[in-house]
Design a protein around this ligand. Structure first.
Ligand code: NAD
Ligand code: WQD
Length: 338
């Protein structure tokens, strides 16, 4: 019996593969390495003393999926594979819909053909669009997404809901991650963005290591306590354990389920800079600039459904997140590139 992890060489995937291997699960990974390095999985093997079976292949490739399902006794699929840059999705919408929507359709077809019916999907708080109020629980209105990336996640959730009606034997869980940050405490695996990071925490950590000069804080005139954007940052190791909890509870309750994975606490951009300065024992230069188009003022979760139904809650606080991000950054200044 094995768990198929699509996108398992990526940031959240590699931490989840590690956590699965550590508890004794057998893992098969499919990843086309479009946004990842094979080294992440070598390091997972080094940390756990166990090897996942790795296929360097695309989820759009039916034959590759067919081979995997025929060679391994897959019981569950955790589906991370996809493209995730908001700004890139505006420039390349077709690539985003193809990878994220068509890729999921191909995978579901092959699961049906192979008789594999447990599915966990990497969704995102982005499906809530611009929240009417915070904290957001799973009943909050979805849609109103402002970029193809967000729309692709919203579309896949809709497809999965429809598919679940038609295939009641399928167990489907959508996990809506808030803002994933941090790294494994060993500092051996972590987030390794290509080029100049779009997201706040990788940007701050590259300023801290001296690769970038100053953090541009996008707007200080939001209706938030200090005027900067507020988000629910969650440690990637908490996300990993969230996936294990979701796997373990798939046969309980409804056939189609949705959970927020967040801490329930909102922090501002300035809170993050301050916490990072404390972790790295250095000053982080920053300047206020205009708001980034498409950004929202604040977004944080009500994570209580995951607590009551999955028995899961985040255990890492902001200091843990910044400490582990810094530990990864300082030990791997060029990410997985030597
Ligand atoms: P990531 O880019 O590090 O991981 C995605 C992995 O999928 C990469 O290893 C990439 O090489 C692989 N991949 C992409 N397209 C593929 C394809 N067609 N076939 C095979 N492999 C393919 O991203 P991540 O941060 O680990 O995110 C994982 C999932 O979680 C994504 O679906 C993302 O949209 C979702 N998510 C991420 C965040 C975030 O901020 N990191 C937030 C919410 C949701
Ligand atoms: C966080 C805060 C920015 C960079 C994105 C996606 C979302 C999800 C997670 C996948 C905001 C501010 C940022 C910088 C800044 N991904 N900021 N200077 O925008 O909340 O969410 O990643 O599903 O879909 O939209 O994350 O890290 O980009 O921004 O001031 O250089 O930091 O304005 O308030 P975001 P982020």
């Amino acid at each position: 019996m094995a768990i198929l992890v699509t996108g398992g060489a990526g940031y959240i995937g590699s931490h989840t593969v590690l956590t699965l291997l550590e508890r004794g699960d057998d893992v098969v990974v499919i990843d086309n390495l479009s946004n990842a390095s094979r080294t992440s999985l070598d390091r997972v093997a080094e940390l756990t003393g166990r090897e996942p079976t790795v296929y360097i292949a695309d989820i759009l490739d039916k034959e590759a999926l067919r081979t995997i399902f025929s060679r391994h006794n897959i019981t569950d699929v955790i589906h991370f594979a996809g493209l995730k840059s908001v700004s890139e999705s505006v420039k390349e919408p077709l690539a985003y819909y193809e990878n994220n929507v068509t890729g999921t359709l191909v995978l579901l077809h092959e699961m049906l053909a192979a008789g594999v019916n447990h599915f966990i999907f990497s969704s995102s708080a982005t499906v809530y669009g611009n929240p009417e109020s915070v904290p957001l629980n799973e009943q909050a209105r979805t849609g109103g997404t402002t970029n193809p990336y967000g729309t692709s996640k919203y579309m896949v959730e809709q497809i999965l809901a429809d598919f679940s009606h038609a295939q009641p034997d399928f167990r489907i869980t959508c996990l809506r991650y808030f803002n994933p940050v941090g790294a494994h405490p060993s500092g051996r695996i972590g987030e390794d963005p290509n080029g100049i990071p779009n997201n706040l925490v990788p940007y701050i950590s590259q300023v801290a290591i001296g690769k970038l000069e100053t953090v541009s804080v996008f707007g200080n005139d939001y209706p938030t306590p200090d005027g900067t954007g507020v988000r629910d940052y969650i440690h990637v190791m908490d996300l990993a354990t969230g996936h294990l909890a979701a796997l373990d509870s798939q046969d309980k309750g409804a056939a189609f389920k949705v959970f927020n994975l967040g801490t329930g606490i909102g922090y501002s951009v300035l809170n993050l800079i301050e916490a990072f300065e404390k972790a790295a024992q250095t000053q982080i230069p920053y300047q206020f600039v205009a708001r980034r188009p498409g950004d929202i003022a604040e977004c944080w979760s009500d994570p209580s459904l995951a607590r009551t139904e999955l028995g899961w809650q985040a255990t890492h606080n902001l200091d843990d997140m910044m400490r582990d991000t810094w530990n990864w950054q300082k030990n791997n200044p060029n990410g997985y590139r030597m």
